[in-house]
Design a protein around this ligand. Sequence first.
Ligand SMILES: O=c1ccn([C@H]2C[C@H](O)[C@@H](COP(=O)(O)OP(=O)(O)OP(=O)(O)O)O2)c(=O)[nH]1
Ligand SMILES: [Mg+2]
Length: 153
Amino acid sequence: MTDTVGVKIKRLPHGHGLDLPAYATDGAAGMDVLSAESVTLKRGQRHAVATGLSMAIPQGYEIQVRPRSGLALKHGITVPNTPGTIDSDYRGELKIILINHGDDDFAIERGDRVAQLVLAPVTQAAWEEVDDLDATTRGEGGFGSTGGHAKLT
Ligand SMILES: O=c1ccn([C@H]2C[C@H](O)[C@@H](COP(=O)(O)OP(=O)(O)OP(=O)(O)O)O2)c(=O)[nH]1
Ligand SMILES: [Mg+2]
């Protein structure tokens, strides 16, 4: 059984009549979220899609906005800021930023499932500033320092 956490959610005027974000299956990690507007994304175009929802995520949690793989694979529709971060103290309208990397214009109808939302725990960092850090094998290596895309031998 997956843990659940209560999240207060409010339908804005243009959100009335739409289903709330929902898990498509019992084991789903993400809730599919619906567009509250009809809009066509031209090739290469970005748009902040209205959801007609605002929420009060409990402190200590965030909601991540992630793409739906079917839209990404079939239509090149993705979330350019994935994972989008919905802060627990945000009370504005949830917007889903989508970009059309596909070959064709993409029509979104009100009620379409355009992205998915994952509720996740948040740990905040409390910096401890130091003059030096411990040495590690990786050290300052990054950005491909372990080798290109070929498998590790
Ligand atoms: O996909 C997204 C990302 C963010 N937001 C809202 C909720 C979030 O709490 C707020 C701020 O997001 P973020 O921190 O990513 O934006 P920013 O550019 O850092 O703006 P700010 O200075 O307001 O934090 O915007 C959305 O509705 N959808
Ligand atoms: Mg921010």
